[in-house]
Write a protein that binds this ligand. Structure first.
Ligand code: AHR
Length: 675
């Protein structure tokens, strides 16, 4: 774990707390076989929401690079003679711009792109400009001055780095140029200017430009058409077990036309048609009319990214029902059962795209994109937050088709958008009847839910579909709906219940994952970013403390014979939450304890059930997350306000596989013991 402060003496702090502490004994059944914890246990939910893809994880810096937004010049300022044309070389993105003689030798023709809330560049970093272009054939070559500028500078010149592209053919061709930025700015502008020589030219002469891209040379893992490095690295550092994509609601679409269609997101980037995203307008109080999905970050890139970060890919596809929140009760946008086959084909073809041989139709597409080996996809989600009878009716058709052709693929159904209630119960029953492998549960819930539901899964049936807690986050009430420490602490408490019930819960992901500080529609979110930096929220650190200490087997841990889930009980354990795992690969016992109380608690940890020869007496490493201010948060300006702190407990504390320590008030600690 990277971001850690060291503290001078946790021991001193613990001693001072110990005066007031109660005595609570956690009995960890270290000798138990334990419940295997799935590799997928702690994972990620990615959705192109909050500018998470274009303007975020996807490293492209030009907005509306193909001139396909409803306003084809959205994101662009034009000067002089610029016309939008519609007969370009890429059938799915036909628009391009024609830059012509400005009408007077002293005038100028140029286009300027604002990027996503500006263009972020860093000193000494290289940026590849690429453009498809052709000239009108009247001269052997035409030249375009390409610039990165600071329009608001007090300096003599706005351009701080520039180059020339010579368009030397009347045929469409791709031109490239690498610019090295001499400075760092989050708010640069990109310009393409017809060079001055054009002043003498005649009206018929022109240069056509299409698919204008500005891409950092350095991307995550050096991938072409890759990810923004800092954001991808923050994600990778979570060591996620599973990566769900591409959403959320965008899987469903506002209507079926705007659902996410994965086939549009593969193949050459120039020819991927853009899609409208509901996140531009769903919340009118945070509207972003210039928010579209370029599909530059498409299914190939998602699979590749999952592979690179060591997560199981979990694509979700439309079940033929558009977002019900956007449509019901007055409007419907569903495919009837008779119309469902293309949707089912999309699911089957997706499996072939991910796993099929290179001589299969879709396996060939994957291979041609650069990945002949299969992506080894094991899971597919069908539908997102559906409800009502229409969902199981349609899901049944998918289940039948996928089971028949791909019995090896696990199918994930949905329990709808609600955490409980009649719709939730109904869908769970239906999911059982359909025999899906996992059920995707969502709960964006208040503090009380997270405090009271650490035992949610203790009473779930042990047979039938497993749980994918696919979207959850603590949303503070009374205007406290942001990434404060309190929310993350309650999430940590709740997550002890996920870990304890690893036989039922096979996957869990906090949601959403990413948000641009200037372009968010939904919060809280796990990782925030601007055009230059990322900020890891306290919830990020909670997720990371679980995922990187996941272990291989969940062990029983009891206090006074009861699970430790915040219960009042006999006066002990009130506000305490705990779970324990054994990591058989790294030979560790790991105990997670959350103290929600406002006073410190003395806790004794007893590792029971070990044979005489098995003596635990080594160092106990404590990784602690705490803030004195429950509503403190990390920010872009102060990203390390609340970070995990690692320290070692005095080894002389051990006695007969038992040690006693004090956990501070309002604190989450991961205790690790080597065996
Ligand atoms: O995470 C934001 C949205 O919340 C998702 O798109 C949807 O699944 C849920 O309603």
């Amino acid at each position: 774990m990277k971001a850690r402060r060291t503290i001078a003496s946790l021991a001193a702090m613990l001693t001072c707390f110990s005066m007031a502490a109660q005595s609570n004994t956690l009995v960890i059944d270290a000798g138990a076989k334990g419940t295997p914890i799935q590799k997928t246990m702690f994972g990620l939910f990615f959705e192109d929401l909050n500018f998470a893809a274009d303007g975020g994880l996807y490293a492209e810096k030009i907005k509306n690079r193909s001139f396909e937004f409803d306003n084809p010049l959205a994101g662009w300022d034009v000067i002089g003679n610029v016309r939008v044309m519609a007969d370009g070389p890429f059938a799915n993105n036909p628009h391009y711009v024609r830059l012509g003689y400005p009408g007077h030798p002293s005038m100028l023709t140029a286009i300027c792109n604002e990027g996503f809330f500006g263009i972020g560049v860093e000193r000494g970093h290289e940026y590849r400009v690429s453009v498809w272009a052709r000239n009108s054939g009247d001269r052997p070559a035409e030249q375009i001055n390409v610039q990165l500028c600071l329009p608001g500078t007090m300096g003599e010149e706005q351009a701080f780095c520039q180059g020339v592209i010579t368009v030397d053919s009347p045929q469409w061709k791709k031109y490239e140029l690498v610019l090295t930025s001499p400075l760092t700015s989050a708010k640069a502008e990109f310009r393409m200017i017809l060079m001055r020589e054009w002043r003498a030219h005649t009206p018929g002469q022109a240069v056509d430009l299409e698919h204008i891209s500005l891409f950092p040379v350095e991307t995550f893992n050096g991938d072409a058409n890759g990810m923004r490095k800092d954001i991808a690295e923050a994600i990778a550092a979570l060591e996620p077990g599973v990566f769900r994509f591409p959403g959320g609601c965008i899987v469903e679409g506002t209507n079926l036309e705007t659902r996410y269609q994965w086939k549009n997101s593969v193949g050459s980037v120039e020819n991927r048609p853009i899609n409208k995203t509901r996140w531009s307008y769903t919340f009118p109080h945070r509207m972003f009319p210039d928010y579209y999905q370029s599909y530059g970050l498409g299914f190939y890139e998602y699979f590749r990214f999952a592979e690179e970060i060591g997560a199981e890919p979990l694509p979700v596809v439309s079940c033929g029902i558009a977002c019900q929140f956007e449509n019901e009760p007055h409007w419907h946008s569903d495919a009837s059962l008779d119309e469902l086959q293309p949707f089912v084909d999309d699911a089957l073809d997706l499996i072939e795209f991910a796993n099929g041989p290179v001589d299969s139709e879709w396996g060939r597409v994957r291979a041609e994109m650069g990945h002949p080996e299969p992506f080894n996809m094991k899971y597919i989600g069908i539908g997102n937050e559906q409800w009502g009878e229409g969902y199981p009716q349609r899901l049944a058709v998918f289940v039948k088709a996928i089971r028949a052709k791909h019995p090896e693929i696990a199918i994930i159904g949905s329990s709808g958008p609600y955490k409980d209630g009649p719709d939730f119960e109904y869908l769970w029953e239906e999911m059982r009847a359909l025999g899906v492998d996992l059920v995707d549960e969502h709960y964006y819930a208040n503090e009380q839910f997270f405090t009271e539901n650490a035992a949610r899964y203790d009473s779930y049936p042990r047979t039938g579909p497993k749980v994918f807690a696919g979207e959850y986050a603590c949303h503070g009430v009374d205007g406290r709906k942001w990434n404060h420490f309190n929310a993350s602490l309650l999430e940590a408490a709740f997550m002890t219940g996920l870990e304890r019930n690893a036989d039922v819960v096979h996957m869990a992901s906090y949601a959403p994952l990413l948000a641009h500080v200037e372009g968010w529609q939904w919060r809280p979110d796990m990782i925030w970013f601007d055009n230059l930096q990322t900020m890891r929220s306290c919830s990020y650190y909670v997720q990371q403390m679980y995922a990187t200490n996941c272990g291989t087997h969940s062990l029983p841990v009891l206090m006074n014979g009861k699970i430790v889930a915040g219960q009042d009980g006999d006066g002990f354990g009130e506000g305490l939450y705990a779970s324990a795992v054994r990591d058989e690969v790294n030979r560790k016992y790991i105990v997670k304890v959350v103290n929600l109380a406002y006073e410190p608690k003395e806790i004794t940890m007893k590792f029971d059930g070990l044979s005489r020869k098995e003596t635990l007496d080594g160092t106990v490493t404590c990784t602690m997350l705490h803030s004195d201010d429950p509503y403190a948060e990390n920010t872009i300006e102060a990203p390390d306000t609340i970070v995990p702190v690692e320290s070692a407990l005095n080894t002389s504390l051990w006695h007969k596989n038992t040690f006693t320590t004090v956990i501070g008030p309002r604190t989450f600690v991961v205790y690790t013991v080597q065996y």
